[in-house]
Design a protein around this ligand. Structure first.
Ligand SMILES: Cc1cc2nc3c(=O)[nH]c(=O)nc-3n(C[C@H](O)[C@H](O)[C@H](O)COP(=O)(O)O)c2cc1C
Length: 364
């Protein structure tokens, strides 16, 4: 029996991951901007939201299935793009891709994924969206767009909430850098977490794999501040597929994106890793839904920790939602069986909450 048998919630997985991961890696994944008030603000908003219990509805047949850009998905939740996932364990990116393939849900493939985008879309059997960071003057960015097109991606997600990388003190305190700089502090950290260190040593050091190819370079801390509305226009012209803009929290911005021909908006605070003083995304979702109207596709991520949380976001106006860091914790805690276990836990939590609120399906 693996360690996954011992977890029954995302918090259980996080607790186990905290023991197994070097402090530097745990705090990189878990940390948020500033004093982390932004993270707490959104959690408070989600916790304050109740679901309405309903009785005596026949909810014996329930379905978590939905459609996304006209295609069936077995779950109303997918995998948020996360850079360097293999820090949570060797092969983490591929585990996430296999899950996406099994359940026909999108795998967010980060610009700074630890496996090349071509390999990930193949492993995900097409269920992958490429996440783009605009960087520097943008030349490399548009090269990546062409590459994503050539690899068969049909959906591009432009992340717009990182004009500069947020200051996350927990990350900074450990001297987190990619590639790692191993000083005495990091050496001690790795030595005290030998299982992770040995597996990572043998499994291959996590890399920013999309930049291993000649002609591509990336500096994680390079400014993305030059991105503006004219760049979006250029991107819209260059990308014939679905264009999603991720990291939107403002009604005025949402309306302008809709007018600019963007196919969907992802309301998100980047998991509270960017502007600490941003409004709670869970509340922004409701305002944005009201502004863009019922039919416009809206997605949501940030601070979701359970199937009930995800259901709250769907009922608050999201057509589809994404989980982020808890999936990495499940992998760190118990590898692929851990990921599958957490996914089942999230699915069960949602299905049970649907039964208790009189819902048989998620049709809006
Ligand atoms: C370790 C880590 C790395 C991330 N890397 C990226 C990234 O490369 N691109 C991106 O658009 N979002 C990135 N995100 C943000 C996620 O896509 C998502 O918005 C966030 O994790 C959702 O919040 P949650 O973790 O509380 O569920 C990252 C998040 C984490 C935790």
């Amino acid at each position: 029996m693996g360690a996954e048998a011992h977890f029954h919630s995302a918090e259980d997985a996080r607790r186990l991951a905290r023991r197994r991961l070097p402090w530097m890696v745990f705090d990189y994944i878990d940390g948020a901007a500033g004093s982390e008030h932004g993270a707490r603000r959104n959690r408070a908003a989600l916790d304050a939201q109740t679901l309405r219990p309903r009785i005596l509805c026949d909810v014996s047949e329930r379905s978590l299935a939905t459609t996304l850009f006209g295609k069936p998905a077995h779950r109303p939740f997918g995998i948020a793009p996360m850079g360097m996932c293999n820090l949570s364990g060797p092969g983490a990116d591929l585990m996430l891709a296999r899950l996406a393939a099994r359940d026909h849900v999108p795998l967010g493939v980060s610009t700074v994924a630890s496996t090349p985008m071509e390999r990930l879309i193949e492993e995900a059997e097409g269920n992958a969206w490429f996440q783009l960071y605009f960087s520097g003057a943008g030349t490399g960015t548009f090269k990546l767009v062409d590459r994503a097109k050539a690899a068969g991606y049909q959906t591009l997600v432009l992340t717009v909430d990182v004009p500069e990388v947020g200051r996350r003190p927990r990350e900074l305190r450990h001297g987190f850098k990619m590639p790692f700089r191993i000083g005495p502090r990091q050496f001690l950290d790795f030595a005290l977490h030998p299982q992770w260190s040995l597996e990572t040593l043998f499994g291959g050091k996590p890399q920013m794999a999309n930049f291993e190819m000649e002609g591509y370079s990336f500096d994680r801390t390079e400014s993305r501040a030059k991105a503006d509305w004219s760049m979006l226009e250029r991107l819209r012209d260059a990308w014939p597929g679905n264009l999603v803009v991720k990291g939107v929290l403002d009604v005025e911005d949402a309306l302008a994106l809709k007018a600019a021909g963007v196919d969907a908006i992802q309301v998100s605070s980047h998991g509270a890793r960017q502007l600490e003083s941003a409004p709670a995304p869970f509340l922004a979702l409701q305002d944005i839904r009201e502004a863009v109207g019922d039919a416009y596709p809206l997605f949501y991520d940030s601070s979701l920790r359970s199937g009930e949380d995800a259901l709250k976001a769907l009922l608050a106006g999201a057509d589809f939602v994404f989980f982020g860091r808890i999936l990495q914790f499940a992998i760190a805690a118990a590898k692929e069986p851990g990921l599958r276990k957490l996914w089942d836990v999230l699915s069960d939590e949602m299905s049970i909450a649907m039964a208790q609120t009189g819902l048989s399906d998620l049709k809006r």
